[in-house]
Write a protein that binds this ligand. Structure first.
Ligand SMILES: Nc1ncnc2c1ncn2[C@@H]1O[C@H](COP(=O)(O)OP(=O)(O)OP(=O)(O)O)[C@@H](O)[C@H]1O
Length: 266
């Protein structure tokens, strides 16, 4: 459902962040994007929905070539791609409900969005989503009254109310403590499964990625260095992606935590 062909990004500074990346993501697949700082993970996620303009190559979402779209066409296609950010990107002074509903802005008319009048069906869906993520009682609170984990749940609802086919998730747990990080990763993965949604999750924590996803892509210096299941991430592979390090500790951590695997959670 998503296909990248020779996707390349060279910033004006001369930094070549992506080097002819080829990637195909089938419907409903959740994958983690790992790699050292500067490998190009954020750039890759942002080139897919063209928040960053690729230098060359093609991005297809289903049959639509996103890289060939005008701004009007792109606006329409962006509805099919929900984005979740590290820093949540909520409007602090607005309520939880209003933040969730802002995910519908791509669908409602200019005047409706200007007056912030959303159809009742959108409001109903927002309540359903807030209930699903355990925030129903918080609907009227201001966003700046929430904890980091609660904010990220609002960010997740805002992405889902778009009714996307693909979630682009950029370091969703980087600002959270380890337990909340695990809860958020579990929630994102469960929601993708419930809704048949594909997702690309840029994540620094290799152990966390291994716990929850079916496929891992390892980026290094703008190129795909690894593409496989989480259990194929051996110390040798991690050294190829990240450079030399004591990886046994990371892998042992996953083994200890194995009652947190999606299978065990079901
Ligand atoms: N706006 C920009 N202008 C110029 N160079 C940039 C810009 N954004 C990123 N880069 C460069 O592109 C390369 C890839 O950066 P990117 O942020 O995509 O990596 P990353 O893997 O997401 O890193 P991190 O894990 O630290 O967030 C780096 O060399 C970075 O310096």
């Amino acid at each position: 459902m998503l296909r990248l062909e020779k996707l390349t990004k060279t910033y004006k500074t001369g930094d070549q962040a992506l080097k002819a990346v080829e990637l195909e993501v089938p419907e409903g697949q959740v994958l983690a994007l790992i790699g050292p700082s500067g490998a190009g993970k954020s750039t890759l996620i942002r080139c897919i929905n063209r928040l960053v303009e690729p230098s060359s190559g093609k991005v297809y979402l289903g049959d639509v070539e996103l890289t060939g779209l005008s701004s009007g066409g792109l606006r329409k296609e962006r509805r099919r791609m929900g984005m979740i950010f590290q820093e949540y990107a909520l409007v602090e002074r607005l309520s939880v409900m209003e933040n969730v509903l802002s995910g519908r802005l791509g669908y409602v008319s200019f005047w409706r969005s200007f007056l912030r009048k959303y159809p009742q069906s959108d409001v109903d869906e927002a309540y359903r989503l807030l209930d699903r993520v355990g925030l129903l009682a918080m609907a009227d609170k201001r966003a700046d009254e929430l904890s980091g984990g609660q904010r990220q749940r609002v960010g997740i609802c805002r992405a889902l109310i778009q009714d996307p086919a693909l979630l682009l998730v950029d370091e969703p747990t980087a600002s959270l403590d380890p337990k909340t990080s695990r809860q958020i990763m579990r929630l994102v993965c469960e929601l993708c499964k419930e809704r048949g949604l594909a997702a690309i999750i840029n994540i620094h924590d290799v152990a966390l990625a291994q716990m929850f996803v079916q496929r891992v892509i390892g980026l290094r210096a703008g190129a795909v260095e690894f593409d496989g299941p989480p259990d194929a991430l051996t110390p040798d592979v991690l050294t190829t992606i990240y450079g030399a390090e004591d990886w046994e500790a990371t892998i042992d951590k996953v083994d200890e935590d194995d009652d947190d695997t999606p299978e065990a959670a079901e």
